[in-house]
Design a protein around this ligand. Sequence first.
Ligand code: SF4
Ligand code: FES
Length: 312
Amino acid sequence: MKKNIKVTLNGKTVYGYEGQRILDLCTECGVEIPTLCYDPHLSLHGGCSVCLVEVEGARTLVRACANTISYGMVVKTETERAVNARRTALELLLSDHVGDCRPPCTLTCPANGNVQAYINLAAQGKYDESLDELHHHVTLPACIGRVCPAPCEKQCRRNLVDDAPVSIREIKRFVGDWAIRNKKMGFIPKIEENGKRIAIVGGGPAGISTAYYLRLKGYAPVIFEKETLLGGMMRYGIPDYRLPQQVLQAEIDWLLAHGVEVRTGMTLGENITLEALRKEFDGVILAMGCWKSSPMRVPGEDLEGVLGGINF
Ligand code: SF4
Ligand code: FES
């Protein structure tokens, strides 16, 4: 390409070729201009305005990524006007930014799961990889996929386009069920022991998840559970028609198979004490949960004979 287009760039004479973008000429000449939306591999968008520069004779500032050079053009990239305009453009972008860097589903998810990743993998039929991704944040995907209130879906950006979200919870459930059905719950790695023992009081979802993640880091966790079976509120608070026991058990079994010891029938304050646990273990985690029915806040619920869901 013939470089015969003369341009004055920040007071220096430089040459570019016909059709060359101001941005590319600047880059070639070592003049840095910030960009956000520009990508040479994509069609031009020109939406962010962080690449604004001043061109002599132009009424307004010019996007360096979207405009080409012309003979005799005088370009100034560092004038106060250009720098201020770029800063304002960036501030405006940051002021309403939800979903631009991290998706609202992930930001809303209490587990902070990488929703885009596991949904994308599931969409490609890579259910085992999707499950692996899920396990980084969600230990019981088939269970959570049934009972989670799915705050992620309320914030899903597809609501703005389709009036309906991506079915994040259902996809989670599908992947979890696929794993149970096909006995592909995931590879159990060889764990490098770190020699530390941790007592976890409570064998509900919090206690089991804590044990699993500690185990992966080489700790030897022991769960102390007052009931005869693990699962906590998931087992004793949620009816079977919403969360079948065998689904819960299958996921718990896989987590425990990493090498978690369980002692059931152990109640803190009755047959174990915090003091004794502190002496025996390197750390103690209390994950007893909250065994209380949530009231409906309606008149009459305190009358005799009216029971909360959990007491019932
Ligand atoms: S479209 Fe919905 S599910 Fe997909 S990344 Fe955005 S918020 Fe998350
Ligand atoms: S880089 Fe976004 S408008 Fe130029």
